[in-house]
Design a protein around this ligand. Structure first.
Ligand code: PLP
Length: 469
């Protein structure tokens, strides 16, 4: 599309401004400035175009969020219409509007039974902060204010606000910003291909071992301290870790036994990504609180939600006083209208069923054709989530040392060839839009194959910086 191709001078001008004025999330700013930002100017369906006219197949749906694909007129219309009718009003005190009310009710229809009381926010991080605060509120209301400790997991990602970062499990976040503000104990991630293999366990044995770490956390914290656990049904940014079948039933059992509130972070796994409305339904989890963002609006506008089940909802409803929490943009009319339009598209086009029965299984089958390529260790995935973990040797499994260089090399080949994948360490992640066609899945897999082969070639030739052969 010529109208979005900028002149080389204009691209250079924007890059210079960007380097000077724009701090990017999770980026090495100096390296980025030296390299120059990639400037995207257009998106449609599953494709993006940059300012130099290069086309990319977006294997990540943005940041795991563009469920319905880019450029859907209905969502655009919903935003424009609502901006004209009610550009803004808040939901503080006794105020509401049809958009927030309808959306809360629509979400309640989709969540597991009993989770039907919704508070809105603007991002996944804020939704998790709300969840953690509501858990605190619940324990205080129950007369057990000391149960402020939270069990979380290594490799978890719950966001970057102070509370959400406290319960995340990615080390650089603490190295740079210090100690968590929420007292947190972190248990092992259900990462069978890592510690499970090292322990010589079958996936099912390992699932139980990883789940039973809750008991160790309870012991370490001491009696009457732990009130809450937070977990993603499938850990996304931690490397797409899909727990063994034994894991979630045991976690659920232990939470019930020890009277621990369970917060399911559905920011990635929600809104059809796994072929179910929520990851909790895939694993038959009954959380006390669920958080969601991303797919709620397909990323068209920022919005998130925290959904409470009866325990927490009753504490809030029966507080007998104002609950001192909420955001200026909680339930923003424009974002709520876009979310409603997004849910309508997902339902009308049967996109969740499509992920479950048609394109999801096809994607999984095609993804597995990559096994047997050099350095391809484990391939894992469900629905439209996929991961390819690269290792130095597969039998016995031996990771690259240092970790991450190979993943980056392959990801860079993919980008250069027009496929956007993400690398977490040496794991390549895919999470495409739900509207991806069979032919586009074929294209995606072919481009991934080419990138893996190119990376393997670089490694064999000793051309990956910092990664000795
Ligand atoms: N929770 C999970 C599971 C996520 O993957 C993310 C972001 O990727 C977040 C929370 C934070 O969401 P946000 O970046 O919208 O604050």
């Amino acid at each position: 599309p010529n109208d979005t191709v900028l002149t080389p001078q204009e691209t250079a001008r924007l890059r210079a401004l960007d380097a000077r004025h724009h701090m990017h999330p999770f980026s090495d700013q100096a390296a980025l400035a030296a390299q120059g930002a990639r400037i995207f100017t257009r998106a449609k369906g599953c494709y993006l175009w940059d300012s130099e006219g290069r086309r990319y197949l977006d294997g990540m749906a943005g940041l795991w969020c563009v469920q319905v694909g880019y450029g859907r007129e209905e969502l655009v219309e919903a935003a424009a219409r609502t901006m004209r009718d009610l550009s803004y009003y808040n939901t503080f005190f006794q105020c509401s509007h049809p958009y927030a009310t309808e959306l809360a009710a629509r979400i309640a229809e989709k969540t597991p039974k009993g989770l039907d009381y919704v508070m809105f926010a603007g991002s996944g991080s804020e939704a998790n902060d709300t969840a953690l605060k509501m858990a605190r509120f619940y324990w205080t209301a129950r007369g057990e204010p000391n149960r402020q400790w939270v069990v979380a997991r290594v490799r978890a990602y719950h966001g970057v606000t102070l509370a959400a970062a406290s319960v995340s499990g990615l080390e650089p976040m603490y190295a740079q910003f210090g100690n968590p503000v929420i007292p947190t104990l972190r248990m092992m991630a259900p990462y069978w291909y890592g510690p499970g293999i090292e322990g010589g366990m079958s996936p099912d044995e390992f699932g139980l071992t990883a789940a039973r770490q809750i008991e160790k956390a309870i012991e370490a914290a001491g009696p009457g301290k732990i009130g809450t656990m937070i977990a993603e049904p499938i850990q996304g940014a931690g490397g797409l870790l899909i727990p063994p079948d034994t894991y979630w039933p045991e976690v659920q059992r232990l939470c019930a036994e020890h009277d621990i509130l369970l917060i399911a972070d559905e920011v990635v796994s929600g809104f059809g990504r796994t072929g179910h409305w929520f990851g909790s339904q895939l694993f038959d989890i009954q959380p006390d609180i669920m958080t969601m963002a991303k797919g709620l609006t397909s990323g068209y506008v920022p919005m998130s939600a925290t959904v409470m089940g009866p325990k927490v909802a009753d504490a809030v409803r029966n507080a007998g006083t104002e609950v001192a929490h909420g955001y200026t943009y909680s339930g923003h009319p424009v974002t709520a209208a876009v979310a409603l339009a997004n849910l309508e598209v997902i339902e009308r086009e049967g996109l969740v069923e499509r992920v479950r029965d048609d394109i999801g299984p096809y994607f999984q089958e095609q993804l597995r054709t990559l096994s047997g390529l050099p350095h391809v260790g484990e391939i894992r995935g469900v629905g439209l989530l996929g991961a390819i973990e690269l290792v130095r040797e597969t039998e016995p499994r031996r990771f690259f040392d240092p970790l991450g260089r190979m993943g980056l090399a392959v990801r860079n080949h993919a980008t250069a060839n027009g496929l956007i994948m993400r690398a977490v360490g040496d794991t390549l992640i895919l999470s495409p839009p739900f509207v991806i066609s069979h032919a586009e899945v074929d294209e995606l897999i072919a481009l991934a194959r080419k990138a893996i082969l190119a990376g393997a070639d670089d490694y064999a030739g000793g051309r990956i910086q910092g990664l000795p052969r």
